[in-house]
Design a binder for this molecule. Structure first.
Ligand code: AHR
Length: 515
């Protein structure tokens, strides 16, 4: 939840109909790629999700036994379908700040015996009718992998060990037998373990200093590596405080696989329409810390520690009713996203692509209703926010080797792009125009003969959001991009997102794309 000052946004001009208009002459922004100059590999792990017990993410979203969409386990079928559509490979659970007061054992066993607790952070009531076993069952239905967060704000090694034992120990102990009794015979497949959430933050209830967190995190990490050869340890890092990162990494270095950072954006604040620049700086600084520590280690202690952006969120100021009354499944953090939000999200994806050498995981916070790409309504209805299509398309096409772009004519930095060479030989190009007022033309020089196989654009009036039965801002097919004489060219409207997939001509034949 970093509140950071960014770059001042361009001034927007409002036309008579209240819609932001293009007022500047289009400029040509050019870049080139060399197919052999690669930054790193982007895997499906860059398009993760997050199911926190927050608002209507779980209750009324993922889990709603009274809804006509509910399946035999009370999970909404339409939500499962959309998560599959988004190709979300991994979901983090159960928080977030929620984890600070979470006791995993409250949410197992017969529902009628589970305690009702308050969640002081989001001012919610939680009857624990959705717990670890339900989450794992849901994950199985979606076909994704779990990422589990330990409560290291207010609990420690012993509770972490107990939870691990319940989830991962085969049989013969009280906790593993309990799991078997509650319906899951085999241990769950869980690789990713987050050691706490944002523990550096003053807002976190259970906030600690780096050395005290580092000590506990090291012990939990040591335990995980000792008992579980598959464990991937995610240490809680901080996006803006490299002293924190240096301290906790130094303490838990031996057991750390990923260092987590978060990226929050607040579009209503000046500069946050340029969130990609902020993420860029945070990634550079964090990567530099990791590299520096690694280079000081003797050869045998060197590790390939990477970054996990296990939350990036678009928080445009709408939080919901102030929480004087504690309720279950509150309508909180449900902003109606506009085109600007989807451009900001596209900018973040492009920034992650261009740091593919260091970013191993990223997950949107969050997946359903609360600051999420889909919104559910009662009686089986669901709709797509403006950020839905860019997320779906990048997760579908944005996997492969990232090429390094060389820029010219982009001094103002309005245009950002990434180019990904896919396994089947096709090239996916993602572009955003972050200017709220100026249209541009983008030209990408690339060697070889290519043809455009897919061309999508998302743009639209800047003060409009989607709603139930009114999804006005969706990605659409457009035919205004061209490839000729070694150049891909396309017009970019002000505040727009684009994806172009090109197929390459090899030995006189077009290589077909993966299905
Ligand atoms: O994603 C919403 C909240 O934002 C999460 O609980 C917290 O980790 C982050 O600050």
């Amino acid at each position: 939840m970093r509140r950071e000052i960014g770059i001042v946004a361009a001034f927007a001009v409002i036309a008579a109909d209240g819609v932001f208009a293009d007022v500047e002459t289009p400029k040509v922004v050019a870049a080139s790629v060399d197919l052999t100059n690669r930054i790193g590999t982007v895997g499906k792990e860059l398009y993760g999700g997050f199911i926190e017990h927050l608002g209507r993410n779980v209750y009324g979203g993922v889990y709603d036994p009274d809804d006509p969409q509910a399946d035999e386990d009370g999970f909404r079928r339409d939500v499962i379908r959309e998560m599959k559509e988004l190709k979300t490979p991994i979901f983090r659970y159960p928080g977030g700040c929620f984890t600070d007061f979470w006791r995993w054992e409250d949410g197992i066993g017969p529902r009628e015996k589970r305690p009702v607790r308050i969640d002081p952070y989001w001012k919610q009531l939680d009857d624990n009718s959705f717990g670890l076993d339900e989450f794992m069952k849901w994950i199985g239905k979606v076909g994704a992998e779990p990422m589990i967060t330990f409560n290291l704000s207010n609990r420690g090694l012993l509770e972490a060990e107990r939870m691990w034992e319940y989830l991962r120990f085969p049989k013969g102990t009280t906790l593993s037998e309990m799991r078997r009794k509650y319906g899951r015979d085999k241990p769950y497949d869980i690789r990713y373990w987050c050691l706490g959430n944002e523990i550096y933050g003053s807002w976190e209830m259970g906030n600690r200093d780096a050395a005290s967190y580092g000590r506990d995190a090291r012990e939990v990490a040591k335990f995980l590596k000792h008992v579980d050869k598959d464990a991937i340890v995610v240490l809680c890092g901080c996006e803006w405080d490299q002293r924190w990162n240096e301290t906790v990494l130094s303490m838990a270095w031996k057991y750390t696989d990923l260092l987590s950072i978060h990226m929050g954006t607040w579009q209503q604040k000046k500069g946050y329409d340029r969130s990609g620049d902020i993420l860029d700086r945070n990634l550079e600084a964090t990567a530099e810390t990791i590299r520096r520590l690694n280079s000081k280690k003797p050869e045998k202690e060197r590790r390939n520690v990477k970054i996990s952006i296990d939350e990036y969120f678009l928080w445009n100021g709408v939080c919901g009713a102030p929480g004087t009354e504690y309720t279950k499944g509150r309508h909180i953090l449900e902003p109606d996203y506009t085109i600007l939000d989807s451009v900001v999200m596209g900018d973040l994806h492009i920034t992650m692509h261009n740091h593919a050498d260091m970013v191993a995981y990223a997950g949107i916070a969050q997946s359903v209703n609360a600051i999420a790409p889909i919104r559910t309504e009662k009686n089986g209805r669901l709709w797509h926010q403006t950020i839905y299509d860019p997320l779906r398309l990048v997760a579908t096409c944005g996997i492969g080797e990232v090429l390094r772009l060389k820029w010219s004519g982009n001094e103002v930095g309005d245009v950002r792009a990434s180019a990904i060479l896919r396994k089947d030989g096709s090239l996916a190009v993602f572009v955003v125009n972050r200017s709220l007022t100026a249209a541009h033309d983008f030209v990408l020089s690339l060697p070889g003969a290519w043809k455009i196989a897919e061309s999508k654009e998302q743009s639209g009036p800047q003060n409009v959001a989607n709603a139930l039965d009114r999804e006005v801002i969706r990605a659409r097919d457009v035919t205004d991009a061209a490839f000729a004489d070694g150049k891909l060219s396309m017009p970019l409207k002000a505040c727009s997102w684009r994806m172009i997939v090109l197929e390459k001509k090899c030995d006189g034949h077009w290589r077909t794309r993966e299905g």
